[in-house]
Each structure stands twice: as C-alpha cells, then as structure tokens.
Write a protein that binds this ligand. Structure first.
Ligand SMILES: Nc1ncnc2c1ncn2[C@@H]1O[C@H](COP(=O)(O)OP(=O)(O)OP(=O)(O)O)[C@@H](O)[C@H]1O
Length: 265
C-alpha cells in the first residue's frame, strides 16, 4: 500500500522562478491497484512520482510504503521498495552489457556484491524462461549487448527488470511515449501482464486518455498540483474520453483547452 498524505512541493522557493508543483496531494493506493495518471503539461504528474521515489525532499506532508514512513528516506534507500520505468528507453538498461547481465544486475539489486559475479546455470535458465514470455525472441539472444536492441525491446526488458524483485510500487512515467504506436501498444499489454501476474501496485503516467481509460483499475487526473479526479470500479470501466473531459471541467471549473492539455484522445 502506498499512502501520500497532504504532500506539498514547491520548486525554487523564494525566487522569481518559484513554482508550486504539488499542492496537498493525498492519495492511497491499495495493494494491487493499477492507477493511470493523466493531466495537462505541468500538472504535477512526474513530480508526484519523483516525490514517491524520493528524488528530493518534499516540503510538507508524508509518504508511506507498506506502512513504512519513507518521507525522510533518501532516494537510494527507497529504491528497494520501488521499480521505475522512464520515457527514454536508453535509461533503464546498460547498453554495453549483455541482456543476461542486465537481468542479473536487476535480480541482485540491493544485495552486497561478492567476488563471485558469474551468472549461474540456474539463473540463466530462469532468465530464458521469463524472456520467452515476452515473445520477442530475446531468450535466444541472452548474450547480446542491450545496445543492439530496439527501443521497444529495451523498454520491455526494463519493465521485466523493474518487476523482477517484485517492488512494493511500480512507477511508470510515460514509459511508452517514445515508442511507435504498435510497439507502445505491445509494451502496454506487457505492462498489464507483468502487473497482474505479480500482483503489483502501480502508477502509470500517460498523455493518452484512451490508454489511461483502457489500462488499470483506477484513473486519476491531476490539475495544478492536485488530484482533480479519482475514478475507479465500474465507473472507470464504462468511462469514455468525452466523460473524462466533462468530469474534468466539472471538477476544476475550467475548460480543457488543447494547448493546456497536450493530451491525446
Ligand atoms: N526539478 C524541477 N525544478 C524546477 N521546477 C520543476 C522541477 N520539476 C518540475 N518542475 C515544475 O513543476 C511543475 C510540475 O511539473 P511536472 O513535471 O510534475 O508536470 P507533469 O504533469 O509531469 O507535466 P508533463 O506532462 O509536461 O511532463 C512544472 O511547472 C515544472 O516546470
């Protein structure tokens, strides 16, 4: 379970560039919740994910993961609870290392690295099995360097790696935005599968309203550093893009104009 309680974050306090990015965000994700997060540019979506990851300290409020108060923990100490996948396919994997070495690194995250750094036969078999499930043929290329893979293949591998240690919370920050539509759809499908099979609690930021509606069991819309809408259950299942625009306008008292939004329908 992830709990954000009245989280505030303002960047560049006291300067001409002062920017309140989170203005009292309270949100509880129950175990197994898969929440899609939408909102216009600058609404605070990435800032919320960064607050959970502990990229910098928050100004006010608290954050707990599975009952542990992580508010004061630096990023590297929270990392063991979290899996993250970013927009750029180049960031989540090490290009000059083999596919199997990347997986081994992810599997050993948080453990003390001993002198023995070889990959065992049992590990290799395990990686073969999980890569096979991706259905991208990567199980036959385990000793290939990751730099040779396409963006979509790398993002799929990053997802696998992020989920390998079954994190308490998986954070997906526009992780399909840099991929072509067909590959993006495949990586999204894979995300659904990995989240469901591992019963992960997840948050996925997207600019695509249709994706936000089609994936996850809950949808939140952010506006000006606050959660403006929180839709789940049957209401989420029957939601349309038109409903979403109408609800946003009701909740915020604003019209959802295109230049503000940069959201794709
Ligand atoms: N490290 C930072 N330093 C200064 N300002 C920041 C920083 N990170 C975010 N901001 C500002 O905080 C506000 C919220 O940004 P955030 O990136 O969370 O928005 P977002 O909803 O993810 O938008 P987008 O869809 O454009 O990525 C913006 O005005 C942004 O410029």
């Amino acid at each position: 379970m992830l709990v954000l309680n009245q989280v505030h974050k303002t960047f560049n306090i006291g300067t001409i560039n002062e920017k309140p990015a989170l203005r009292g965000v309270s949100l509880t994700l129950n175990d197994g919740d898969f929440v899609t997060v939408i909102g216009g540019n600058g609404a605070g979506k990435s800032t919320m994910l960064n607050a959970v990851a502990g990229v910098w300290p928050i100004d006010q409020g608290s954050i707990s993961i599975d009952g542990i108060d992580v508010t004061g923990l630096p990023e590297y100490k929270r990392a063991k609870y979290l899996g993250r996948v970013f927009q750029d396919p180049m960031t989540g994997t090490a290009a000059t290392m083999e596919i199997q070495e990347n997986l081994a690194l992810a599997a050993r995250r948080g453990q003390k690295r001993g002198l023995k750094w070889g990959i065992t036969k049992a590990e290799r078999e395990k990686y073969h099995e999980i890569l096979k499930e991706l259905d991208l043929g990567l199980e036959e290329r385990m000793s290939s360097k990751v730099g040779l893979l396409s963006g979509g293949q790398r993002q799929a591998l990053t997802l696998l790696m992020a989920a390998l240690q079954k994190p308490k919370v998986l954070l997906l920050d526009e992780h399909t935005a840099a991929l072509d539509p067909k590959t993006a759809a495949k990586v999204l499908e894979l995300s659904d599968k990995i989240i469901a099979e591992n019963h992960l609690t997840a948050m996925m930021v997207t600019h695509n309203m249709r994706d936000a509606i089609a994936h996850g069991n809950r949808l939140i819309m952010m506006n000006e550093g606050q959660v403006a809408l929180d839709i789940s259950g049957d209401e989420k299942k029957s939601l349309t893009v038109e409903d979403l625009l109408m609800k946003f306008e009701q909740a915020s008292g604003e019209t959802f104009d295109d230049d503000k939004a940069l959201l794709s329908k």
